[in-house]
Design a protein around this ligand. Structure first.
Ligand code: 5AD
Ligand code: SF4
Length: 588
């Protein structure tokens, strides 16, 4: 999902070599990974480029001192927008500028990656790059990648092969095309990508986007450049993501990065690093700006949003212990103090009563009553909770190191349903994890039936190197069995979701209009409070705030819709009137 263009906040060109204290000594990777003999496109670099490279090499020889890197490694994370740093000594200031080179960004994977794309673009835009949506006119192509399952990575390898051809065919009259891999795959595969794909010029891990102008400047000279260092505190708090679609009604706001949970199947803690939260004040500032731009929905985004803990304000760093959901444990030492998710949710929901608030993804372990109470009480916090179960078998959950049993999970579901009547639930499930038997699978099927989720995200297990499951467990469920079990889960999920969604038929629901339906130009499409898609005819209706006036609903309007039919993924109905979130009287 994209958002409207945000006016560039900072006009000055800021160079920040590193996002803050890093989990290793900062060495610019082009010094470690460079390939002096490498030719970027055709085997015989153009003369102009050759000169630039010689010039660059001589500057490298007299280049950065050890102190420079030590300074880089301890640079504080947040800088005042007026501060302009010197470029590193081996680069001239103007080499860090985009000089109107055109960047084409392509995003793969989850919503976190969409947000990362906006952050990377915000940084490049401030460095003088232009953005293009036309691959053919791009000077720089950046792929924001995903590693969560093997299939996601295979898609990127295939794409790289296509891009390679584009690079080779590029006329010599144009500046050489540069290709970069950003995000999780850059982090996970580092040397393998540089060695295997000589055409890749730039690698930037999820915590290295501030370094993109420098990496691209190094790549300009024909060398490969990489920064895959993970940070302990990079949250890009001061980088306002740039949204590109002016008609969007909703936005994602990143509130934390990384994950400390170490579920045994998951690569995320290795590719995105340690869990860290963005300061509350900077989140509120972003939400306020989005509200001023007229956006009507914000989704707080992170790997474990409800484990949020802002320790940046000293007065809140007391030793109050953490209340986990009953029957839940963590894989890490209990954390203390800081501003927690309930506080953030409370503050964010007060910014604009007409703005819907959602959050994703939470972890079931962190649902204290305060959070549930807040969701129940506030009209603008959507009564929709993603509660990733992963499996319905306690035995498998233990092997996954999820920190709860089936019983504890089910008890939490009941507690949530009691605390928030009408709550809409969704979940993630993995089919065919190491050691999963038919009996375990049947337990997952029965959990799907018992909870009756409104939405579900179901995956076949994909073994990932580095994870605990890779080292300690056997990926022993044959591929065809994984797929068969996945199919069964999908079928059961659909049956149950259809039943759950049919309970809405006859109800009047508040729908935030997104635009025309993709399938029909005479229908509008929007989302209800539970985040389910609602389709209804684009017709004139009453406007509650202007009695007697007939209006057509526009993107960003709230409309009351009478639901007439439901499937596993969509509701259909007809609009009754245009209204506001405050004034709405949705009846279920
Ligand atoms: N194989 C399959 N699915 C996975 N997920 C995470 N790691 C794997 C893996 N190795 C799923 C989980 C998680 C979602 C984002 O992706 O269900 O909640
Ligand atoms: Fe991966 Fe578990 Fe962290 Fe989710 S909570 S990102 S599944 S390690």
């Amino acid at each position: 999902m994209t958002r409207p263009e945000v006016p560039a906040e900072r006009k000055s060109l800021v160079y920040q070599p590193s996002g803050g204290p890093v989990s290793g000594v900062y060495l610019p990777a082009e010094l470690r990974l460079r390939d002096p003999g490498h030719c970027c496109c055709c085997g015989s670099p153009e003369r102009q480029e050759d000169g630039a490279r010689k010039d660059f090499s001589s500057r490298l020889a007299t280049g950065p001192t050890f102190q420079h890197f030590l300074k880089s490694a301890s640079a504080p994370q947040e800088k005042l927008s007026s501060e302009v740093e010197d470029p590193p000594p081996y680069l001239m200031m103007d080499e860090l500028l985009g000089r109107e080179r055109k960047v084409y960004l392509e995003t793969y994977g989850c919503q976190m990656n969409v947000n990362d794309t906006e952050i990377a673009w915000s940084i490049l835009q401030k460095s003088g790059y232009l953005r293009t949506s036309n691959l053919q006119e791009a000077d720089v192509i950046l792929l924001v990648t995903c590693s969560i399952r093997e299939k996601a990575e295979q898609t990127i390898w295939n794409r790289l092969h296509q891009l390679k051809a584009l690079k080779t065919r590029r006329p010599r009259s144009r500046v050489p095309l540069r290709i970069g891999i950003l995000g999780c795959m850059a982090e996970r595969l580092k040397e393998e990508i540089l060695n295997r794909e000589k055409m890749v010029d730039v690698l930037a891990g999820p915590d290295a986007y501030r370094d993109l102008p420098r990496l691209l400047a190094v790549a300009e000279s024909g060398q490969q450049a990489a920064n895959v260092l993970l940070s302990l505190d990079e949250t890009y708090a001061d980088v306002m993501p740039v949204q590109t679609s002016p008609s969007a009604t909703s936005a994602f706001v990143s509130i934390m990065r990384g994950c400390d949970n170490m579920c045994s199947y998951c690569i995320v803690p290795f590719t995105r690093g340690r869990e860290r939260s963005r300061p509350v004040a900077s989140i509120l500032e972003e939400v306020k700006k989005l509200s001023e731009q007229g956006l009507k929905e914000v989704t707080l985004l992170g790997q474990n949003v409800n484990s949020f803990r802002d320790n940046s304000e000293v007065q809140f760093n007391n030793a109050v212990s953490t209340n986990l959901s009953r029957g839940f444990t963590t894989n890490y030492k209990a954390k203390q103090g800081g501003l927690r998710f309930a506080h953030l949710l409370d503050q964010v929901s007060r910014v604009d009563p007409e703005m819907r608030i959602r959050f994703t993804s939470p972890h079931p372990k962190d649902f204290p009553d305060e959070v549930l109470q807040l969701i129940h009480e506030r009209d603008n916090i959507c009564k929709q909770i993603h509660l990733p179960a992963q499996s319905g078998s306690s035995r498998v959950l233990e092997a996954m190191r999820r920190g709860y049993s089936r019983e504890a999970y089910v008890e939490l579901v009941h507690h949530i349903k009691e605390s928030i009547p009408g709550v809409s639930l969704s979940s993630d499930f993995i089919a065919g994890f190491c050691g999963e038997t038919e009996e375990d699978h049947v337990q997952t099927v029965s959990l799907l039936r018992e909870v009756q989720y409104n939405m579900g995200f179901l995956f076949a297990y994909s073994m990932r190197q580095k994870t605990r499951a890779y080292h300690r467990l056997k990926d022993d469920v044959p591929e065809e069995v994984k797929l068969r079990r996945l199919e069964e889960l999908i079928t059961v999920f659909r049956e149950e979701a259809t039943k759950a969604n049919q309970m809405s038929v006859g109800c009047t629901q508040l729908v935030l209009v997104e635009g025309l339906s993709k399938r029909s130009a005479t229908d509008l499409c929007g989302r209800n409070d539970g985040n389910l898609k609602v389709i209804f005819p684009d017709a004139e209706m009453e406007d509650v705030n202007n009695p007697g006036l007939r209006v057509r609903a526009q993107p960003g309007d709230y409309v009351l819709v009478k639901i007439t039919s439901a499937s596993s993924q969509t509701l259909r109905g007809h609009a009754l009137c245009r209204t506001t979130l405050k004034d709405s009287s949705a009846n279920c």
